[in-house]
Ligand binder design. Sequence first.
Ligand code: GCB
Length: 610
Amino acid sequence: MHRLLRTVLLGLASLAGLVAHATPLINAAGRQALALNGRWHVIVDPYDNGYVNYRLQRFDASAKPNGGYFLDRKPATPAELIEYDFDTSASLNVPGDWNSQDDKLLYYESTVWYRRLFDFTPRSADARQFIHFGGANYEADVYLNGAKLGRHVGGFTPFEFEVTGKLRSAGNSLVVRVNNARRPEAVPTVNTDWWNYGGLTRDVMLLETPATCIRDFVLRLQPGAGRRVRGFVQLDGSAQPVKVEIPELKISVEAAADARGRANFEFELKGAQLWSPEQPRLYAVTLSSGADRLTEKVGFRTIETRGSDILLNGKPIFLRGISLHEENPLRGGRATTPADARQLLGWAQELGCNYVRLAHYPHNEHMARVADEMGILLWAEVPVYWTIHWDNPETYANAENQLTELVTRDRNRASIIIWSMANETPISPARTVFLKKLVAHTRALDPTRLISAAMERHSPPDDPRTSIVEDELAEVTDLVSFNQYIGWYVGMPDDCAQAKWIINYNKPVIISEFGADALQGFHGDRRARFTEEFQADLYRQTLAMLEKIPQLRGMTPWILCDFRSPRRHLPNIQDGWNRKGLIGENGTRKLAFAVLQEYYARKAAEYARP
Ligand code: GCB
């Protein structure tokens, strides 16, 4: 887009105070000019006193706000009345949720104001700057030096604002109002089974680029197209030539950008090793255009289905998986760093996994980058969970936007093979229309990955032993995935032996969840709920039952680690934790860990045979 037009449009958008930049810069960490992580001063503001006046009018809706904490003011004279002061207020770590940093905020669901001061010297007169947020749960209003930059809705995806020409050399005040109130029409809605961690939960960075910069790119193999890589580089600024190089493969190709700044690429990946869990080979890919240059590590592989098989690089694979929340059970709170990702994915590998389900919302960007390095396949999903408002067009727009932000951020990650639309949504015409629309949208954004959703099973009223999976949505997804809790929410583990399955789809079947609560260290009879023996027995019996499904090609039992949930009240057992982890809150493996580990060792051997 022409620079002037873009500036005008962005200007209008920020006047409206509504939107962040449409597509955040790809690989933000690769461009970081200044880390804005660390201690931020905070004001806990349950009544939104810094946001609205006593008539509930927003301060930032007025051209000349006469109040609002985002002004970050100090009294000019002792006579002036100002009833807040960031400098002497408490502080919290960014990235980080507030709940796990201060006991008083454990259940807090409202507004916290964050403020960070910084100095900045641009690297050249025509350089551009952007403030990039990895994520803020759930909505964020962002202000620089007292003026509103914009607003972002959705707790788990990145957003960014251009601040070129708005920075001072010293004493910039960046203020963010983060509000994590649950709302019925939001995505997710008010009811979930995970902790509603609020705050600036992900990295905050000031990015700097030349006047024309690389905003986005996609480079990937197309199933069925041999070793041909296809993709594009999207510039932001003026149209100029773009070069893609992979020095290790002696690849160097150039293309002109069209009037919209898009340069299309197609080249042969000669002599390359494909990426797989066994050999997670990544290549340094350098993109350059004018003064801008960006290096990324990219793996190349294909993923497709044929009948009930999943083919990775053309070969059948069994997805030996586990589900994961973005939580560090040892430290408490959200997992935020590459080290957190390595710990969680390392535990999954110890279990024998080649695959992980990142439940139930987009995880931070480190997760897929570390999975790329470690060789772990991923299922990534958006928080379209349980009973959201299927008929509300704004709810749909919100879900679609979160999905777009996730797919755009991560579509160069070889590890991600599945985009998941939803979890356990009750079948109705409105829900199916909503989800089919999301499927079509996702296919348009990324036609090279598999699409799924965690669906459900049901039993005919007169035949509780039979489980049927029948959902119109499965006609448009690549996989038939569903959660099932026979032996925990339905009957007892011994019921698995008699279970019959009716799944009339010639597609790969993935069990997206099964499991049972067990308190680590609590032992007893295998029929006693919450004992490690019960959970281990449920795993043994469930695995034997699932083996009878002929199209079974993978699973992600629920879940790797115990995680916090406000729905879990049983004293001395749950105490605010969902206990379905194979690893307890102190890192100790439960008995079921070894059961699944043994099964995965067998599955790996079975699929390794020629
Ligand atoms: C489910 C949900 C998951 C819950 C789990 C449970 O079906 O998808 O979010 O945590 O069951 O433990 O009940």
